[in-house]
Ligand binder design. Structure first.
Ligand code: ARG
Length: 462
């Protein structure tokens, strides 16, 4: 196929081949060859159905089936010569099929169009990525559960505004991410359920006059049912957008966790030590161990959310049904999927390998008057003080401790009573960080008892 010959697929209508620039802007084979396996699976299902419905003879169908398997093995073996003149994966496969089996190849396209073909291939491809994202998330959640279980009762500072707020447990912090990634997983599962309708047989846009069986091809390709409206079937890219939206939220969660790991692994925090396997050195500063994997994961949201915005923008003004604009869907999704899978795998590796520094966590947990709320709550509980008054008394005690350069539990009972005479020795029972976390027994709270319940629930669910 040379560029000045008229096209093998529509040569009847065309006297001249395309300009080189036309060919360059039009061709998608450079990227859509990634859908070769899906394209051949779709064609095999379509051919089998054409045979079963008597639209094609059995001998044509078996020639097509054999030929398609040969094409697939050529592509898998790396011997297939992809041609830009043949535009996309659909025409590359069909043209090669014709070289191999001759005339019956021309009958494969009966009752279908590239419009339903590309929608089918792309859905199958995205569906595989959804499955991969779900298993990547499950693996990451298992790694987090292992961390949570090991440190269910280790104390660390909990932050708001990145200022020390109240002590929490390491297990509780790990489990917060299990909740987030659990929602991501359910978003992918939800998208998969909604997208699993077959476009195949919608043909160009209006359906076909051939007595095809769309239920049969839908079933063969693992779809729950055929899409019910042929116009919608060829023009819908919601499935790719939902994948990108779910991927964007997941990448945002990964990015937040990555940011914590960057902070936690710094010399100023020392909350965690990342493994050598997931760190890099500096070419000039010998002492450095950099959390590059975490930083790159933190950055991946940029391209993944970018893909979401790009495809939304491509789709937003398109009239029904198919427009060539939609060919711009694939590279965005391919890139986002590749990077999401990489980010999930890298995060799983980092979490599996990292060690939390229990002593640093505990030392930091007690700093910054992190049990001030416990003191105020005690004044309310033990002395029946209104919370606003208790807040004020506690604030005075915090100021006193701050002026002395000590922590709340370091104040004496006399110090306490100089601010409020009714305070008793019992107050010291709530001031330690371990007392503090143990007392947070409300459902979903940070007490080790509650954290272990959540760990058990998630282990069950996974
Ligand atoms: N390469 C095209 C795409 O990715 C395939 C569908 C082309 N259909 C058409 N009518 N030109 O969208």
């Amino acid at each position: 196929m040379t560029k000045d010959s008229s096209n093998q697929m529509w040569g009847g209508r065309f006297a001249a081949g395309p300009d080189a620039i036309m060919e360059a802007i039009n061709a998608s084979i450079g990227f859509d060859q990634r859908m070769a396996a899906q394209d051949i699976a779709g064609s095999r299902a379509h051919a089998a159905m054409l045979g079963a419905t008597g639209i094609l003879t059995d001998s044509d169908v078996s020639a097509i089936r054999e030929g398609l398997l040969t094409v697939l093995s050529e592509i898998d073996g790396g011997t297939f010569a992809f041609s830009t003149a043949l535009e996309d994966i659909h025409m590359n496969v069909e043209a090669r099929l014709k070289d191999i089996i001759g005339e019956p190849a021309g009958r494969l396209h009966t009752g279908r169009s590239r419009n339903d073909q590309v929608a089918t291939d792309f859905k199958l491809w995205v569906r595989d990525q959804i499955d991969a994202a779900i298993s990547g998330l499950e693996a990451l959640m298992r790694a987090l559960l292992t961390q949570a279980e090991a440190g269910a009762d280790w104390v660390m500072p909990g932050f708001t505004h990145l200022q020390t707020a109240q002590p929490v447990t390491w297990g509780h912090h790990m489990m917060a991410y299990v909740e987030m990634f659990g929602r991501d997983k359910s978003r992918f599962e939800d998208a998969r359920r909604r997208m699993n309708e077959s476009p195949l047989g919608a043909a160009a846009l209006a359906g076909t006059s051939f007595p095809i069986d769309r239920h049969m091809t839908a079933e063969a390709l693992g779809f729950d049912r055929p899409a019910a409206n042929s116009l919608d079937a060829v023009s819908d890219r919601d499935f790719a957008l939902e994948f990108l939206a779910a991927a964007s939220i997941c990448a945002m969660h990964l990015s937040r966790f990555a940011e914590e790991l960057v902070i936690w692994s710094s010399a100023q925090f020392r909350f965690v030590t990342l493994s050598d396997r997931f760190s890099t050195g500096s070419s000039i500063m010998p002492q450095k161990k950099n959390p590059d994997a975490a930083e790159l994961i933190r950055a991946k949201i940029g391209r993944i959310f970018g893909a979401n915005v790009a495809l939304m923008t491509v789709m937003k003004g398109l009239p029904l049904a198919y427009s060539k604009d939609m060919q711009e869907d694939k590279e965005q999704v391919f890139d986002a999927a590749d990077n999401l899978m990489l980010a999930l795998a890298a995060m799983e590796g980092m979490v599996k390998d990292m060690s939390a520094n229990r002593e640093s966590l505990e030392a930091a947990a007690g700093s910054g008057f992190s049990t001030a709320t416990d003191l105020a709550d005690w004044l309310v509980r033990a002395l029946g003080m209104p919370f606003r008054d208790a807040h004020h008394v506690t604030g005075t005690l915090v100021a006193m401790a701050e002026a002395r350069g000590c922590d709340l539990p370091d104040l004496s009972l006399d110090d306490m009573q100089s601010v409020h005479g009714a305070i008793t020795e019992d107050v010291f029972g709530v001031l330690g960080v371990h007392n503090s976390v143990a007392s947070r027994m409300s459902y979903g709270g940070t007490s080790p008892v509650r954290v272990r319940e959540q760990i058990a629930r998630w282990k069950d669910a996974l």
